[in-house]
Design a protein around this ligand. Sequence first.
Ligand code: SOE
Length: 391
Amino acid sequence: MTLPARPALRVGLIGHAFMGAAHSHAWRTAPRFFDLPLTPELTVLAGRDPAGVAAAAGRLGWADTETDWRRVLDRDDVDLVDICTPGHTHAEMAIAALAAGKHVLCEKPLANSVAEAEAMAEAAERAAGSGVRAMVGFTYRRVPAITLARQLVADGRLGQIRHVRAQYLQDWIADPAAPMSWRLEKDKAGSGALGDIGAHIVDLTQFITGQTLTGVSALLETFVSKRPLPASSGKLGGVGGEGMGEVTVDDAAVFLGRFTGGALGTFEATRFALGRKNAIRIEVNGSAGSLAFDFEDMNVLHFFDGGEPATTAGFRRIVVTEPEHPYVGAWWPAGHGLGYEHGFIHQVVDLVTALAAGEQPTPSFADGLQVQRVLAAVERSAADNSAFTEI
Ligand code: SOE
């Protein structure tokens, strides 16, 4: 029996580096494992360098290319624009795409400033009136163990949340010889570890707890202020060459925060945690239980049930690979585990499902703006010697 053909969702992707590759893989793979109401088509890939974008399109499976992102917006055969470029381009591209009647998926952080994020959220609000939707890509929400953590909190299994402990630890620039990249330039990236990876743990802790941050007290530090200019670029960083460039962003961000429900949060985002590669560590302690997660062991969620007798109580190691777990049923036989790329695939699944239902996908641009306000408050607090700063 042949299944009825699903309407197409024709995608134009801007950018084909690390995130562009992750998104391409997700658009292509999602309909192969999930029964989606719309079938994504990889219509056009945009990049500035003709040879580079042609090679990437061939490798990643895109039907056509453009060398000017504006041409993607002009095309009648594009329904959704996916923005995978550095932060300083997000606002202009997203606002123009929404005005052209295209749905938008935009990589995180939403923008480089609160003013830009506000303009984007306003544009998204306007577009929603005519059924055009916008979503920001906080992908880690779609890691099954994280989604399960949120469910446990929502089901009351942790009781009242008291503590939220979050770290995002990487080490890809711990070596002072690691070269400059756009991620180390404020005018392109907006901020450093704070916006690139701190934004993820702000979003994740709010997502898991269902609470938002109301204020912060912060420290920012740049450990290495000059780096070799790149001789060649890699997926992250690259190889250093002649001459030095100035690092204009933070290398590390450490902050305390208060949540709406009364919980206290501690946050650490750094690219100098030697030996930690992509360690997103989150622990939540409530009046009835606790949970703990580390992305370096991403198929596992640790859960402590405070209601169990003291003699046998202890952190339970839940391997989140059963068909009953969020998203997992579409994948491999029970127990076989998922990886980094699956979060991006689940993001496509949730986005496409919301679009087909005419609903607002989450996280919305308004959610992205709220995270941007937290980042800005962290910067204000650090500039003011860690003074408690309301968001
Ligand atoms: C670099 O720190 C980076 O690629 C982030 O930009 C991504 O959001 C994260 O998923 C992995 O690390």
